[in-house]
Write a protein that binds this ligand. Structure first.
Ligand code: SF4
Length: 709
């Protein structure tokens, strides 16, 4: 590993993985140690960064940076610096004790969608061969798993975008369901709104008139939790008005006969009653899509984060199939991955039900292949474990894990029903957090392990297109900070069991390639050398001679017979609908200047100034009903908790709905409110809709004062 004064790498945040060039000021310069960021064109992504990318280097020198391991001598005492040897010793001794008393499953692991492919791969291997526990999952369960499940059942394979970004820019019409690229990945907005001749344009489905929806030709604004009915209604119009591509459907798909009767019962007027989307807008959306030369359907978290998210995405996939889009050059269906390595992170084994290469952990052939690469007996590999929320909710309970190791995620802010999750964490015998800053979860930990961040490590990421790209190290980490690979190796040594852990990222990647060989996400032909020479390589790429696969499904889908499947799905209401006690919908999401739980971006000055704290978006009509004025603190109350944040009055939100961003801890922590109801297939929680009531704080205080008078 060599350090240089310039590194061509990618942004540490979202899955667009914009190219950036980092340069370090020399030691002799007055601002020695500073790192400059410049945008860098990469693939179909022009040289552009959003504010998060431009300011990413500030975190490298943040005073909040963890530089030494910390340990808490006893609950209630402060975290104090310690040596790596002592930290590893404490963790290993507790793991050995609880596993001796309660079995291997008494230890659990939670990973993150921002970890490099190498880390995600090694974390899965470490959990299954060193800790020997089935209890490992990752936070991508909260953001991508519904689209992944829907793609797997329709196409036999999940790659977020099965085509390059350039295909979206070249499409005549794009239907974007539940995505707000203008705030989550701003450079992508240029792709979405690329000039289109004649009748083309962008159609956005979102309960909020977001900055992305503002740029759309057509904005459909459904009631939260009704996207599935809308998709069925759009399919109804396609079938009834003769827009279906019957030749494509006959040649490349199965199952329309099972879907047709359901779609027939979602006629436009009924769909308008369920969703609030006017009939004329439904018809216009279908007309635009169906008459476009090239059309793309995209889904985001707004469609997915529901207890029926998999079915909702399936309904939009059905619509795309009826129009003949998937696997047709220039057209298609895709899902917008959110987290930096949300794609690669779900392919290589940190997910509860998977082994590397997107293999199923309950498949005997997959177990035999991966066990041979790892040098262990297949019978010694544990089976599938619980999903992320189920894992968190089982912590410290009878029969549940008593030790949790967290790598690069902050569930105290980002998990649903977050107050309950916090209670579960407090019930553990040992909480270990590896992170670069003291996140809210690290604040609760017994042992905190400082880990390297993006400009201080080598590795690979897989962006939202399925393009495997290089993360390149500019300089070594500060102080005693170690990489996560080194941390896993240190823990393995301290435990004195399991196969040796490789710490060189390039060698880990080569091993990942062997473990993935023959699997659905086959990286066997990809090497650091090739990625450097080719501006990234699209998987599947089974051999060094294979060119990689920018466009998938052109000849056949990845099902056993090569044909895509329509999946029959039915609309049903949100798990928690509004009622007299909780009469308003709450939906959650992100803002431009913050990222995920905010553990990193809240520590960057410019981002903190741009987005200093939580807020509640309220329509003026709803605000007037509740006596809420702009800037008033509002108590937002759900069946799970209370959050308090200032009101922002805006007509861009529906009258029956309020919106809160989820980036902040403390009184305005949106996820104390959200519903942990899980999708039965993907096990994704219902972040996007729950029922709340609003209480202006001033009025509550006044009423209480009057009541006690
Ligand atoms: Fe980074 Fe995403 Fe912003 Fe690009 S869009 S600079 S990848 S946060």
């Amino acid at each position: 590993m060599s350090d240089s004064v310039v590194a061509a790498t990618h942004c540490p945040y979202c899955a667009l993985q914009c190219g950036m060039e980092l340069s370090a000021t020399p030691d002799s310069a007055p601002d020695a140690g500073a790192v400059l960021v410049a945008p860098r064109a990469h693939g179909d992504n022009a040289a552009a960064l959003c504010q998060k990318g431009w300011t990413a280097a500030e975190l490298l020198t943040s005073t909040d940076r963890l530089r030494t391991p910390l340990v808490r001598a006893a609950r209630g005492e402060a975290l104090a610096p310690t040596s790596w040897e002592a930290a590893f010793g404490t963790v290993a001794a507790t793991i050995a004790r609880v596993q001796a008393e309660h079995g291997p499953g008494a230890v659990a692991v939670l990973g993150g969608g921002g970890l490099t492919n190498e880390k995600a791969y090694l974390l899965g291997k470490f959990a299954r061969t060193v800790l020997r526990t089935p209890n490992i999952d990752y936070n991508g369960r909260f953001c991508m798993s519904s689209a992944a499940a829907a793609a797997n059942r329709a196409f036999g394979l999940d790659r977020g975008l099965p085509f390059p970004l350039g295909d979206i820019a070249a499409a005549d019409v794009v239907l974007l369901v539940g995505g707000n690229a203008a705030e989550t990945m701003p450079p992508f907005l240029r792709v979405l709104t690329a000039p289109r001749p004649d009748t083309g344009g962008l159609i956005v489905v979102d309960p909020r008139r977001t900055p992305t929806a503002e740029r759309a030709r057509l904005h459909l604004q459904p009631t939260p939790g009704t996207d599935l009915a809308l998709a069925l209604g759009l399919l109804h119009i396609v079938l009834v008005e003769g827009y279906a591509d019957t030749e494509y459907v006959a040649a490349r798909t199965d199952g329309l006969a099972g879907v047709r009767p359901i779609a027939m019962s979602y006629w436009p007027e009924r769909v308008e009653r369920i969703t609030g989307v006017p009939v004329a807008q439904q018809r216009e959306a279908v007309r635009l899509l169906a008459t476009a030369g090239r059309a793309v359907v995209l889904t985001g978290r707004g469609a997915e984060q529901h207890a029926k998210g998999t079915d909702t995405v399936s309904a939009f996939v059905n619509l795309a199939l009826a129009l003949g889009l998937p696997g047709t050059p220039g057209s298609g269906y895709g899902c917008l991955t959110g987290q930096g390595n949300g794609q690669g992170g779900r392919e290589h084994g940190q997910k509860a039900d998977q082994l590397p290469g997107y293999r199923r952990i309950d498949d005997p052939a997959a177990r035999a292949h991966v066990a041979a690469v790892w040098g262990v007996d297949p019978d010694d590999l544990p089976g599938p474990g619980p999903s992320a929320y189920e894992l968190l909710d089982s912590l410290g309970r009878p029969g549940g894990p008593r030790v949790l190791l967290v790598f690069g995620t902050n569930p105290v802010v980002s998990a649903p029903a977050a107050a309950r999750v916090e209670e579960r964490l407090a019930g553990l015998d040992l909480l270990v957090v590896s992170d670069l800053v003291r996140s809210e979860t690290a604040d609760l930990a017994d042992v905190v392990l400082p880990s390297a961040q993006w400009a201080e490590e080598d590795g690979t990421m897989t962006n939202l297109e399925g393009r495997v790209i290089r993360r390149r190290r500019l300089r070594p980490p500060p102080g005693e900070v170690r990489t996560d690979l080194e941390i896993m190796a240190g823990l393995t040594d301290a435990l004195g069991r399991g196969p040796a852990v490789e710490t060189d990222p390039e060698r880990v990647f080569a091993e990942l390639g062997r473990a993935s060989a023959g699997g659905p996400a086959d990286y066997a032909g990809i090497s650091y050398e090739r990625i450097d020479a080719e501006e990234g390589v699209f998987w599947p790429c089974p051999s060094p001679a294979h060119p990689g696969t920018p466009r998938m499904f052109l000849d056949r889908f990845a099902t056993s017979d090569g044909r895509a499947r329509f999946v029959p799905v039915e609309h049903r209401p949100a798990v928690e609908d509004v009622d007299v006690a909780y009469p308003v919908y709450l939906t959650t999401g992100r803002v431009l200047a913050q990222y995920q739980s905010g553990a990193q971006t809240r520590r960057v000055g410019a981002l903190r100034r741009a987005a200093p704290g939580p807020f509640v978006e309220v329509h003026p009509v709803l605000a007037e009903r509740h006596g809420i004025a702009e800037g008033d603190d509002v108590r937002v109350v759900s069946r799970r908790g209370v959050a308090v944040a200032p009101a922002r009055l805006t007509e861009t939100i529906r009258v029956d709905t309020v919106f809160m961003p989820f980036h902040w801890p403390g009184a305005g922590r949106a996820n104390v409110l959200t519903n942990p109801a899980l999708d039965p297939t993907s096990r994704m929680p219902e972040f996007k809709v729950c029922a709340v009531r609003l209480e202006p704080v001033g009025r509550v205080v006044r009423e209480r004062a009057e009541a006690t008078r």
